[in-house]
Design a protein around this ligand. Structure first.
Ligand code: COA
Length: 164
């Protein structure tokens, strides 16, 4: 049976579920391309306590659920920088990432009038980000957290600004 995907804003009580999904996706898709120390630091930032602290500090975690199962995460910092973007391996390629991104973008536009979004793309996610409209703004390099990634940016389409 095809289960519907529901999106909602996360709260600190969701931190354990977010950490579990993020650890699985990061180990499978991101760590193989990363220096080991940067990869371990990324896993630490995705621990329950760090996630809770960042949510309480105002980072917005948009979550996708099928029933009780968390299947996707898009986390926005300062209403302008996409810090985390993960969809569970079995659920990838079915439009969940696009829905999460559109929700996160509209939320930021509505809250802060954001026009330009940024992120640091790991290698395996570059094609998906390009499809979402992001453009590389520099070469691959270690991010401020040491993660090898490509800086990208997107100007919010005027339709998203009008709807917000
Ligand atoms: C990146 C990620 C979040 C995208 O989520 P998703 O649910 O698979 O994405 P969608 O199915 O909504 O696809 C979004 C768009 O990207 C395209 N796309 C996705 N993966 C692609 C790939 N490997 N190559 C080319 N295009 C791709 C889709 O076709 C879609 O475009 P369309 O709507 O115009 O057809 C997910 O693949 C993921 O978690 N990857 C591993 C973790 C990761 O790299 N996260 C980002 C860290 S910076």
């Amino acid at each position: 049976m095809l289960q519907t995907v529901q999106l909602r804003l996360g709260h600190p009580g969701d931190a354990p579920a977010i950490g579990l999904l993020a650890h699985r996706v990061v180990r499978r898709w991101i760590l193989p391309d990363q220096p080991p120390e940067a990869g371990q630091a990324l896993l630490a930032r995705l621990g329950t306590r760090s996630l809770r602290e960042r949510m309480l500090a105002g980072q917005r975690f948009h979550l996708a659920w099928t029933g009780e199962v968390l299947v996707g995460i898009a986390a926005m910092r300062d209403d302008s920088h996409l810090v985390h973007f993960f969809v569970g391996t079995r659920h990838q390629g079915r439009g969940i990432g696009r829905r999460l991104w559109q929700r996160a973008m509209r939320d930021a536009v509505r809250r802060a009038g954001t026009r330009r979004f940024t992120l640091n793309a790991t290698r395996c996610a570059l094609p998906a980000y390009r499809r979402l409209g992001f453009i590389a703004t520099g070469p691959e390099r270690p991010s401020p957290h040491g993660i090898l990634s490509t800086p990208m940016a997107l100007v919010a389409p005027s339709a998203a600004r009008a709807r917000a």
